[in-house]
Every structure is written in structure tokens, then in C-alpha cells.
Design a binder for this molecule. Structure first.
Ligand SMILES: NC(=O)C1=CN([C@@H]2O[C@H](COP(=O)(O)OP(=O)(O)OC[C@H]3O[C@@H](n4cnc5c(N)ncnc54)[C@H](O)[C@@H]3O)[C@@H](O)[C@H]2O)C=CC1
Ligand SMILES: O=C([O-])C1=[NH+]CCC1
Length: 312
């Protein structure tokens, strides 16, 4: 008889999932994904159901990693919330299945997984594409993703200055009050990004907020928001002048308004650079357009379950 699934809440997942373990697994799985060997990895583009009456979406993100013995799906809802709403705009649950028997082995919170794996993948992009001398980090947005990106970027890299812009200054101030390190709160996007070496865009914007004319030569942008085909965070000038990297070409073609509406071409997948089949053009302005992938959730959830088992 099958055992009952392990059930893990957000607090447990957050405690068990560490960037030091997560980053190498994500690098490995992104590289494998880009080889497109369907006997190794199956991950369709996510199915998205619009929830028209409530400004929201439900995404279903299955993945099967044969060699690792991981079968999983994440279910994620994301909403464009009114400013000041106390509800999280991204909520998720991840299910792990026994690949041979088909039973569910774990049900765990996906909010912490989504926050950490997205930030970890952006950090991998920054390792590959940011200028050799990167002194100024700028984060646009002050929500869940902004926080996880702050955590991993300041853990992995040594910036001299961290700048933050948020639509509502009091939210930026709250973000800063919760942190240990110094952060400069900026009054405009322009002020925040001018001269920045690495820029993270993690907002719920559906129109461009970051304009190419403000971006320093050679800067790297990890673009995390704008996950719908008609949403933008980056303007056409920036998209056309940058070398654009993506997590998955299929995902980018289906879901990224920044790519679809600007007509910019995806130069390579992150995994293709990890595999050495495409170069990291770090001397140019680079954009890593992140949309999120089921394989990232799958390896994260497996890691969480392994850690939990090692304690029980
Ligand atoms: N690439 C990926 O894998 C993932 C992307 N996302 C996306 O990342 C973005 C941020 O997600 P969370 O941090 O979870 O959301 P959140 O709601 O916690 O934070 C959103 C931030 O964007 C700001 N914002 C909202 N509308 C804006 C606008 N029109 N202009 C400028 N700022 C605006 C808010 O003030 C807040 O600071 C969302 O677009 C979400 O869909 C979320 C999860 C994974
Ligand atoms: O990958 C993910 O979980 C998401 N991407 C956009 C919203 C949620």
C-alpha cells in the first residue's frame, strides 16, 4: 500500500530550501532541458486559465525528469492586486508523484519555492551575464520576488550599492526596514537604474517601466515580471538593443509580452549558455527574460523532500 503524502507548509519549505543546494541543481536541470532530449525531460509550456472576473490567472506546470525520478506539477495563481492588498499576488502548491506508481508522495507550499527558485535562476543569469565589475544592484518592485532576489543577489555578489524603487515609497521603506544591509530608496525608476550594473525588474507592471535610454552600456537585466503575452516591463528600445536570453524559447514565444510585442529575438536559452553551445555576451547589454518553468519547481520540491527525509 502507498504511504500517505508528506505535507509541508510554507515555513517548512522555506527552512529546508537553501540557495547553496538549489543553485547547482537548477544549473544542471536548465542545461539538460536545453538539450531537448524527451527521453530525459518532458515539460510542456504551462497551461494558463484566465480568471477574467478577478484579474487573475491559474497556471499548471507539470514536469517529468526521468533520470532524477521526479514527476511533479505546480499549480500557481497570480493576480494583479490592488495596491495595498494584504493578499499575496502569487500563490502556489507543488505536488510530487511516485513516477513508477503514480501516487502523490508530497504536497508542499509553492510560494517559497517560486520565490527562491526564480531568484536563484536570476542569480545564475547574473553570474553569466553581468559586467565583470558589478558595483551597483538595482531592484524595481518591493514584493515577494524583490525580497528573494535581494537575499540571493546580496548573498552571492559583493555590490557596493543596492538601490530600490517601488511604485509606493512606503512599501519600499517597509522593505528596507526589514533588511540588515544598506539600501538606497529611489524616487523614480530613472534615478534607480542610471549607472546600475545589474537591474532586477520584479513588478506587476503591464506597461514598460524600464527604458533603454536609461540603461548603462554592458548592464545586465534580470526581467522577472510581465509573464503574459500582452504585459511589458521593458520598452522596445531596451529589448532591441539587448542580447536577449530566455529560460525556455517555447515559453518566451508563448508568454513574454516583452519579446512578442517588441519583436526582439531570443538569442539563447540560459541552459544553452550553461551547456557552452551559446556564448555569454557580458560586454553587451543583456536581458534574461524569466517566465518560470515546471522543471525548476520539480528539482526544488525534490530537494525539499530529500532534506525533510534526512531529518525524519
Ligand atoms: N519569472 C518567474 O518565474 C516569476 C514571475 N513572477 C512575476 O513577478 C512579478 C512580481 O511577483 P511578486 O513579487 O510575487 O508580486 P508582488 O505582488 O509581491 O510584488 C509586485 C510588486 O510590483 C509592484 N507593482 C505592481 N503593479 C505595478 C505597476 N503597474 N508598475 C510598477 N510596479 C508595480 C508592486 O507595488 C510590488 O512592489 C509578477 O509579475 C509575477 O507574475 C512571479 C513568480 C515567478
Ligand atoms: O513560474 C511561475 O510560477 C510564475 N511565473 C509567472 C507567474 C508565476
Amino acid at each position: 500500500m502507498c504511504e500517505s503524502p508528506v505535507v509541508l507548509n510554507k515555513h517548512e519549505v522555506e527552512r529546508l530550501l537553501c540557495y547553496d543546494d538549489l543553485i547547482p541543481r537548477l544549473e544542471s536541470v536548465m542545461g539538460k532541458f536545453s538539450k531537448r532530449d524527451s527521453s530525459e525531460i518532458i515539460q510542456p509550456v504551462r497551461s494558463v486559465v484566465p480568471i477574467q472576473h478577478h484579474n487573475g490567472f491559474l497556471g499548471v506546470m507539470p514536469a517529468y525528469l526521468a533520470a532524477e525520478g521526479i514527476l511533479s506539477t505546480k499549480m500557481v495563481t497570480f493576480y494583479q492586486r490592488a495596491e495595498g492588498s494584504s493578499l499575496p499576488s502569487t500563490q502556489a502548491t507543488v505536488l510530487l508523484f511516485h513516477p513508477e506508481h503514480g501516487n502523490v508522495t508530497a504536497i508542499m507550499d509553492g510560494e517559497a519555492i517560486t520565490a527562491k527558485r526564480t531568484a536563484a535562476v536570476s542569480a545564475i543569469s547574473a553570474k553569466l551575464f553581468s559586467p565583470a565589475l558589478s558595483e551597483v544592484l538595482c531592484i524595481l518592485g518591493s514584493g515577494q520576488q524583490a525580497r528573494s532576489h535581494y537575499d540571493v543577489f546580496t548573498k552571492l555578489f559583493k555590490f557596493k550599492e543596492v538601490r530600490l524603487w517601488s511604485r509606493r515609497k512606503e512599501m519600499a521603506q517597509r522593505f528596507v526596514n526589514d533588511l540588515q544591509g544598506p539600501v538606497t530608496v529611489c524616487g523614480s525608476v530613472k534615478e534607480a537604474v542610471m549607472g546600475a550594473d545589474v537591474i532586477v525588474t520584479a513588478t506587476g507592471a503591464s506597461q514598460p517601466i524600464l527604458f533603454g535610454e536609461w540603461v548603462k552600456a554592458g548592464a545586465h537585466i534580470a526581467a522577472v515580471g510581465a509573464c503574459r503575452p500582452d504585459w511589458r516591463e521593458l520598452d522596445d528600445v531596451l529589448m532591441r538593443q539587448a542580447v536577449v536570453y530566455v529560460d525556455s524559447r517555447e515559453g518566451a514565444t508563448a508568454e513574454s509580452g516583452d519579446i512578442i510585442l517588441s519583436g526582439a529575438e531570443a538569442f539563447a536559452e540560459l541552459g544553452e549558455v550553461i551547456n557552452g553551445s551559446f556564448p555569454a555576451q557580458r560586454e553587451k547589454i543583456t536581458v534574461f527574460k524569466s517566465l518560470g518553468m515546471g522543471i525548476q519547481d520539480a528539482v526544488s520540491a525534490k530537494l525539499v523532500l530529500e532534506k525533510w527525509k534526512s531529518e525524519h
